[in-house]
Design a protein around this ligand. Structure first.
Ligand SMILES: Nc1ncnc2c1ncn2[C@@H]1O[C@H](COP(=O)(O)OP(=O)(O)OP(=O)(O)O)[C@@H](O)[C@H]1O
Ligand SMILES: O=P(O)(O)OC[C@H]1O[C@](O)(CO)[C@@H](O)[C@@H]1O
Ligand SMILES: [Mg+2]
Length: 525
């Protein structure tokens, strides 16, 4: 039997006269809160959409919103070099007019229009006002789902910078697994640095290992070197997992005399980059550490999407369409496709939605049972009976409770998963054999084909924006930040806020409901 998502006690909230006990649901970033119901004399589920960040807020206090916003402002304020060292700003060298910065032809300073981002510019993080915690996808702070503005910092070039470009040495490193668009981001970082006037740009090879494995030398980078690297997939600098000894890395940063480090990676890389930033602060180094989130899994909090995701979804279409053709042409054909997504089902959900051919979409966030009248296998029987074939799309992290746990981890400490695709294939085959119905199961696992391709057009644009904004963030003196897109606008976020947890598909969201509408699948529990 598949288990319901596990829950931990996460504190209590007060709402009016009610005192609610709240539990964190492990597959979501929400809390479920229960309160005593006088009528039934039992604890009842009162609300299931309170943000996990503030279970301690007293909502009966009329000032709670102010308190929340103050705290939010602190959490999302961007760490800056001047917080720990004396650094003076200077006028930017990043010219939007390809002429002397901030000057007209006659030499007078141009005040009216400048095209730079003001340090006080903000972007609204949440844009829906949910009328009730029961609204689809509701993400509430208090049990009444009150509207509270949550502002984050806008990304982009500032008028004032904190480095003298001609003396800057900048490094770029790509960590974790591959992702379409890595080369596009590297390229944009290099050309933007050059636009500021930076001449010393180097690539660190094979992730964090490149900092201390001596045979991995620095790769000099320039517009000329990176000109065409976006035409191929992979990483021009190489990637790796593991090998993040923070103190050694910071020693290496000092020895190399790096002033800026651009770190491209997922959750693990962001944790590493933040630790590097903290160590640099401790040593009072004038070094900016800026991340660009990279993951086909789209599992980074707060962002609309990460680069590479769209391309991976597109690459998955070939596998899904092939499985469909095979299943459709075979007698009682069942196509089964397993797609990447260690703990989040975004690729599988979006690929299923995009193809429109999938009958059953299985993701880690939504538990399912295989056997019994409500199970996946019974529904497959129904599909074979009614339409003669079926197509299943499963995320690699789904249904792990059905598989033997090995407790093995990769070099970065990520859990090595069991193969749900092979398990499902065997279960489906033996089920149809047992009930005496012919079936022809065709299993496709495209694995790395999803991420070893070059970025598609929309990801290439996203990479361009992110790469450029990363450089603007470093020159603006921020460190320990990452850059992303929130509600279509470009922002800087402090790293700890995006790695509080993995981002999951919300089973109460409209997108998951759309997927269910499209597949027509029932609840498998
Ligand atoms: N908590 C952590 N603290 C410091 N460093 C970490 C942490 N977790 C992972 N790292 C380091 O970050 C690098 C990348 O981590 P990981 O292999 O998990 O990839 P990732 O960035 O999460 O990307 P992907 O989406 O491909 O998994 C590795 O060198 C790893 O050692
Ligand atoms: O085999 P590797 O390189 O460790 O990468 C596998 C993992 O990388 C991811 O694509 C994330 O980048 C996961 O979906 C997958 O489990
Ligand atoms: Mg990871």
């Amino acid at each position: 039997m598949a288990q319901a998502p596990s829950m931990d006690y996460a504190g209590s909230v007060s709402s009016g006269q009610k005192h609610l006990g709240c539990f964190r649901v492990h597959t979501s970033s929400r809390l479920q809160c229960t309160g005593y119901d006088k009528k039934s004399r039992t604890n009842q589920l009162v609300v299931r959409a309170i943000s996990v960040d503030h279970p301690q807020l007293d909502f009966s206090n009329p000032n709670w919103k102010k308190q929340f916003q103050e705290d939010f402002g602190k959490r999302f304020s961007l760490p800056h070099l001047r917080d720990v060292i004396d650094v003076e700003p200077r006028p930017t060298t990043f010219s939007l007019k390809s002429r002397t910065p901030l000057e007209n032809l006659n030499g007078s300073v141009q005040e009216s229009w400048n095209g730079y981002v003001n340090d006080d510019d903000r972007v609204l993080l949440k844009v829906i006002k949910f009328a009730s915690p029961t609204s689809a996808g509701a993400d509430c702070i208090d049990p009444d789902c009150s509207w509270v503005e949550q502002w984050v910092h806008r990304a982009g070039p500032r008028k004032q910078i904190y480095f003298e470009p001609q003396y800057v040495k900048a490094g770029i490193v790509t960590c974790g697994g591959l992702c379409p668009g890595l080369n596009d981001v590297i390229r944009q970082i290099v050309v933007t640095l050059e636009k500021y006037g930076v001449k010393n740009i180097v690539g660190i090879q094979h992730g964090f290992r490149g900092f201390f494995e001596h045979h991995l030398s620095e790769v000099p980078l320039s517009r000329h070197v990176v000109q065409n690297i976006n035409l191929a997939g992979g990483s021009f600098l190489g990637v790796s997992r593991g090998g993040a000894n923070i103190s050694d890395i910071v020693d290496s940063i000092q020895a190399r005399r790096l002033d800026m480090l651009f770190v491209l990676g997922g959750n693990g890389t962001h944790a590493g980059a933040n630790a590097i930033h903290e160590e640099c602060r401790k040593r009072k180094l004038q070094v900016s550490i800026v991340c660009v989130p990279k993951t086909i899994d789209n599992d980074i909090l707060l962002m609309d999407k990460t680069f590479g995701f769209d391309t991976a979804v597109e690459a998955a279409q070939r596998a899904i369409n092939s499985a469909y053709i095979e299943a459709h042409s075979a007698f009682h054909g069942i196509g089964l496709v397993k797609l990447m997504g260690r703990s989040s089902g975004f690729i599988t959900m979006h690929a299923s939605l995009s193809s429109g051919q999938v009958d059953i979409c299985l993701i880690p966030e939504v538990p399912f049972i295989l056997d019994g009248p409500n199970g996946v296998l019974r529904h497959l029987e129904h599909l074979i009976e009614t339409k003669g074939f079926a197509l299943v799309c499963v995320a690699e992290g789904a249904g792990q409770e059905y598989l033997q746990k090995s407790n093995a981890t990769d070099a970065s400490g990520n859990m090595v998963l069991g193969d749900i695709g092979v398990h499902l294939q065997q279960k489906i085959k033996s089920h149809f054999k047992d009930i005496g119905v012919h079936s022809d199961v065709k299993y496709i696992d495209p694995t790395y084909m999803l991420r070893a391709v070059r970025a598609n057009a929309s990801d290439a644009i996203l990479c361009t924006v992110l790469g450029q904004n990363a450089v603007h963030g470093a020159f603006a003196g921020f460190s320990g930040i990452t850059t992303g897109v929130c509600n279509t606008h470009n922002v800087y976020l402090p790293i700890p806020e995006v790695i509080k947890s993995t981002r999951f598909v919300d089973p109460n969201s409209r997108m998951w409901h759309r997927c269910l509408t499209s597949t027509g699948q029932p609840d498998f529990h």
